[in-house]
Design a protein around this ligand. Sequence first.
Ligand code: OOG
Ligand code: NI
Length: 468
Amino acid sequence: MPVPFVSTDHIRSLFTEAMSQMYRTEVPQYGTLIELVGQVNAEVLARDQELSERLRRAGELERIDVERHGAIRLGTAEELFTIRRLFAVMGMQSVGYYDLSVAGVPVHSTCFRPVDEAALNVNPFRVFTSLLRLELIEDEDLRAEVAAILAKRRIYTPRAIALIEQHEKASGLTEPEASEFVAEALETFRWHGEATVSAGTYKRLHDTHRLIADVVSFKGPHINHLTPRTLDIDEVQRRMPAHGITPKAVIEGPPRRDCNILLRQTSFKALEEPIAFADAAGAASGTHTARFGEIEQRGVALTAKGRALYDKLLASVRGEVQVGASGAKASDYDSELAERFKALTDNWDELRREGLAFFRYSATPAGIAVRGQLPSDPEALIARGYLRFDPIIYEDFLPVSAAGIFQSNLGTDQQQNYATRSNRSAFEEALGAKVQDELALYAERQAASLDLAMEKLGLCDLTLKTVA
Ligand code: OOG
Ligand code: NI
C-alpha cells in the first residue's frame, strides 16, 4: 500500500500557523498589528464590492487572512544550502536575486515561496532570505573571527535534518512526520536572548555594521519580522499610532493608486530587547535591536517594460527628494511620488494593452454559452464580455524597498557603499540551485490562463497581440 503523504501545501500552512503563533508571543505588537490589519481588510471588502469580487475570482480571497511574509539573515553558504532543502519540504522555491550591497547592506538575498497558482492560493507564505557577504568585511582579522564563529554553530536540529533527508528520499512526509518537522524547523527561527559571543566581540561586530552583529552573535537566524497583507496600507499606517505602534515615515514602493501595482510596504521600528553575553566572567548583559513589524499591500505584477518604467520613475523621485532620518520631507516625497507616477497609466485595460502588467485571462459564462460561434480576435472577445482579464498579483520583493526596510531598522546613520557589487553566481553556488526568474513565472501563468480560456471558448491557437 502506498504511504499516505501529506501535501507540501499542508506542511506550509502548518508551518505558517506555528510561526505566527510563536511570533505573537515573542513580539506582542505583532498580534496588535494582525488585529488592526484584519479590521481594515474587513472594512475594505465590505465597501469595495468590485475588489472583493475580483479577489474571489482570482481565488485570492481565502489567502488574505493567512498571508504572511517573513525574513531571516543567514551567515554561511552551508546554512543557505540547507535552508533551500528545508523550504522545499513546504513547497517553497528560490525566486529572484536581490543585491542589497548597493544600498550599503552587506548581504544578497532571494525569496523562498510557492510558485504555482494553486499553491499560492492555498498559502503564499514567503521568506525573504539574506546571506551575509563575508568578503565585504574589510578588516581581515574580524573577517576571520566571524568565519570561525559561524563555522561552529549548527542552526538546524539533527531531527530537522533527518526529516529533510526523509522527505528527499521518499518524496514526501506522512502526517506525523510533517508535524514533527514543523516543530523541529521552528527551532531554527526562534529568538535566543543569549548571545554566543562576548560583550567585547558583540561591540566590535556592531561597530562594523549592526547587521553583522545580528547575523553572527546568536545561535540561529531568528525570524526578524512577519508581515500580514493589507488591502489598504495608508489606512493601517494612519491608525497605527492609536494602537501604540509608530510606523516609519514613508511607505516604500509606488504611490497609492486605483490600479495597485507591485508592492507597497511600511514597517515599525525594531524593538530593543535584553540579551545576555557569553563572557567568561558571566553576567554581562546588554540590548539588541533586530525584530520589527511590517505591513504590505500587493498589486499587479509588472512586465519587464512596466518594471523599467517603475524603476525610472522611482529613481527620479528619489533623486529629487531625500527623506531625512527623522522623517523630514516625507510629505514632499509622497506628493512628488504621486505626481511623477501619473506617467504610468492608472487604468487596467491600458496597463494590459500597453504590455505593462501581467493578467490572468478567463472565459466568462456568457462566452462559454455561445462557444463555437465567437469572433477569433481576442480584443473583440474582451470588448463583448466573453473574455475577462484580472491582475496577476506580484508575489516578490523590490530591492530599493527592501533596502529601505533594512535601513529603517538598522539606523540610517550606517549607510555605507561597498565597492564589490552583485554576485549572483556565488549566491547560486552557495544555494546549490539556480534562482528562478520571477518575470518568466508571471509570463507563464498569463500564457497558460489565456490558452485555457481560449480552449473553453472553443478557440485554440490564438494569442493576444498585445501580450508581452
Ligand atoms: C529583510 C528586509 C527586507 C522586505 O519586505 O522587503 C524585507 C531583513 O531586514 O532581513 O523584509
Ligand atoms: Ni519584509
